[in-house]
Design a protein. Structure first.
Length: 249
């Protein structure tokens, strides 16, 4: 939105190939620090692409506020849709679009979806209307991963299901259980949640894709460094362990 670059970095070589993306919601910026640690550890099997900060504008709004927005007209727009100067709980991007409901996977049919720009749940004008989601779409289509992982906060749950076929459902649940064993998080189902990156990956590529809600509920949004130790304790080796499980399938 505001011209900031998105970055991806690869670790490992060969197959299986994974993509892990973080901080799609502004207030969940702490997951970018998890990305750094997981990159340092790497994967046991194959390779992994890390996209540590999908929503830099939203993350800066949540951490710092409106002073990170250069143009006066953009600041005025955000003030109008934000309902005040406190953006600490902001999930959306700089246009008030919730990026994790902007993908072409039952787009606009979610239980909490809105058609009004704001801090969360606005689906955008159409699927991939946002530069961030379009960039991640094109990157994923170029890489053609064998699996993807999306990190969010909080709640300590793993989401893996999105109307998979009878053929792929047992495979995906088995891998989700491997993630559960690694992190200690239970599997969950978010009824009425659609339009996310995980959902699109499952629908478009028929690959296993997971959303991990990291961080205990005892921490308040936005999670900061005081919650990082808890996240790292459970998730530092999650991708390392998952790569082994995927390689066996």
């Amino acid at each position: 939105m505001f011209g900031r670059e998105l970055y991806a970095v690869k670790v490992g070589d060969g197959s299986p190939v994974g993509i892990a993306q973080y901080a799609m919601h502004g207030r969940e910026f702490i997951t970018a620090k998890l990305a750094i640690e997981q990159y340092r550890i790497g994967v046991k099997k194959g390779s992994m692409w890390f996209v540590p900060l999908v929503n830099p504008d939203g993350a800066l709004l949540s951490q710092v506020g409106l002073e990170t927005v250069e143009k006066e007209q953009d600041r005025e727009f955000l003030l109008a849709i934000g309902g005040g100067k406190d953006f600490s709980l902001w999930k959306a991007n700089g246009r008030g679009v919730d990026l994790n409901v902007n993908f072409a996977a039952e787009w606009g049919k979610g239980r909490k979806n809105t058609r009004i720009a704001g801090a969360e749940n606005y689906i955008g004008e159409k699927p991939f209307s946002e530069s961030e989601t379009l960039a991640l779409k094109k990157f994923t289509e170029k890489i053609r991963p064998d699996y993807t992982v999306s990190y969010h906060t909080k709640g300590e749950e793993i989401y893996w299901y999105f109307y998979q076929s009878m053929r792929t459902c047992p495979r995906d649940k088995g891998l989700a259980l491997a993630l559960s064993a690694s992190t200690g998080y239970p599997l969950a189902y978010a009824k009425g949640s659609v339009g996310g990156y995980k959902d699109w990956c499952i629908k478009k590529f028929k690959i296993p894709a997971f959303t991990i809600e990291a961080g205990a509920d005892l921490f308040e949004h936005p999670l900061r460094d005081d919650g990082l130790e808890n996240i790292l304790e459970r998730n530092a080796y999650a991708l390392y362990d998952l790569s082994i499980a995927v390689a066996k399938k």
